[in-house]
Design a binder for this molecule. Structure first.
Ligand code: UD1
Length: 356
């Protein structure tokens, strides 16, 4: 019996963990999972709701770390995870993506010689100013198995000199999820058609007033020009920043709502004319749902979506955003063939079980 410790902490990780936890439950005799929640995300709307909705097993450990500076947050997670790893024997530690929780888990395990399995390995924005890029690079370099969701990710790892035996092209667990949960999507907001689904939460967009103002102005102008609504679920970080800015006036066409659940997000995607976001996860979910996406960043880790014409990089630049909306408004994206076959979770578990 393989005993695995899964580290989660932030919203996108609960969603990815759902795919693998469900696949593990089908193999109960061979693999057992304990979940450790760092507590990086702690509001019901950002955390507990995803466990209920996606039927993820309750965490055995919750470190309750909460918010803080990167160093303080990561340090608390590191010592908390180390304590658990010293107390119990695990055959491996599973981490997802690029958050501070990912890095803390990988570092704690690598130092104790517990094999690290990284899901979503090999992604690169090549922008070291993003905390997520630092987290990805360091996590990959402490990992025993690197589960790459795309061929681009495989190539990035090879270019960095990783031993090819450690790299597994498995496809994307988020495609597994969209395929599985799309029929269960749940409409929560009544909104007039047509509408754009928009989100902003990256620190370089929220913590720079000029960038945030540019993005909000672009959302308002586009809503007016296209006579469309804008469904705008607001991340807690963005909400804090908006509350401190007194000179912001949003158009009546913009419907700012609380963060949505996963099934609500899928329904919002299915009904949307277009998506505008700086989230990596939502870019892919848009593509998997047959929607085009304007990326509110200067670069992306998911370049295959841009290469096939389903997304455009527009940064926080009002002209670029307007141009991209014009180009993508009536465009139908291609099929998402670059992200595996929707069975990434099974492949990941097979490889973990055969890892020696
Ligand atoms: C983190 C990840 C990012 C991921 C994102 C998904 C890092 C470096 N970044 O960014 O890769 O895309 O999660 O959302 O790990 N807050 C609340 N309630 C919560 C959670 C957060 O109020 O439940 C507030 C806190 O005040 C916090 C701020 O939001 O300071 C930002 O949270 P944080 O965990 O620092 O990072 P995210 O921006 O969510």
């Amino acid at each position: 019996m393989h005993k695995i410790l899964t580290i989660v902490g932030a919203r996108p990780q609960f969603i990815k963990a759902a795919a693998i936890s469900h696949a593990m439950r089908n193999l109960q005799a061979e693999i057992a999972e304990d979940i450790l929640h760092t507590g990086q995300h702690y509001d019901d709307a950002m955390s507990a709701r995803f466990f209920r909705e996606l039927d993820i097993p309750q965490p055995r450990y919750n470190l309750g770390v909460g918010s803080g500076s990167h160093g303080a947050q990561t340090a608390l997670m590191l010592s908390g995870i180390e304590e658990v790893l010293l107390k119990e024997h695990y055959d491996g530690l599973l981490v997802y993506g690029d958050t501070n929780s990912t890095l803390a888990g990988a570092l704690a395990a690598a130092k104790l010689h517990v094999p690290v399995f990284h899901v979503e390995a090999g992604l690169r924005s090549f922008n070291r100013e993003m905390p997520e890029e630092v987290n990805r690079v360091l996590t990959d370099h402490t990992s025993s198995l690197l589960f790459a969701p795309t061929e681009t990710a495989v190539r990035n790892l090879k270019n960095e000199g990783f031993n090819e035996e450690r790299i597994v092209f498995c496809g994307d667990v988020m495609l597994d999820n969209v395929r599985h949960y799309a029929p269960l999507a749940k409409v929560c907001e009544s909104i007039s058609q047509p509408y754009i689904l928009a989100t902003v939460h990256r620190d370089f967009n929220t913590d720079n007033q000029e960038r945030l103002k540019n993005i909000l102005a672009a959302l308002c102008n586009i809503a007016e020009e296209y006579k469309c609504s804008m469904l705008f679920p607001v991340h807690p970080r963005t909400k804090q920043r908006l509350e401190s800015m007194t000179d912001i006036h949003l158009s009546d066409r913009i419907k700012a709502v609380a963060p949505m659940s996963y099934l609500e997000t899928l329904a919002a995607l299915q009904g949307a004319k277009l998506v505008m976001t700086d989230s990596g996860g939502l870019q892919k979910e848009a593509f998997f749902s047959g929607r085009c996406c304007v990326v509110l960043r200067p670069e992306t880790e998911w370049e295959e979506i841009v290469d096939c014409g389903a997304a455009m990089l527009a940064d926080a630049n009002q002209q670029k955003i307007a141009y991209a909306v014009g180009r993508l408004w009536e465009h139908t994206p291609c099929e998402p063939t670059q992200f595996g076959d929707g069975h990434a979770a099974e492949k990941i578990i097979e490889n973990i079980l055969s890892y020696r």
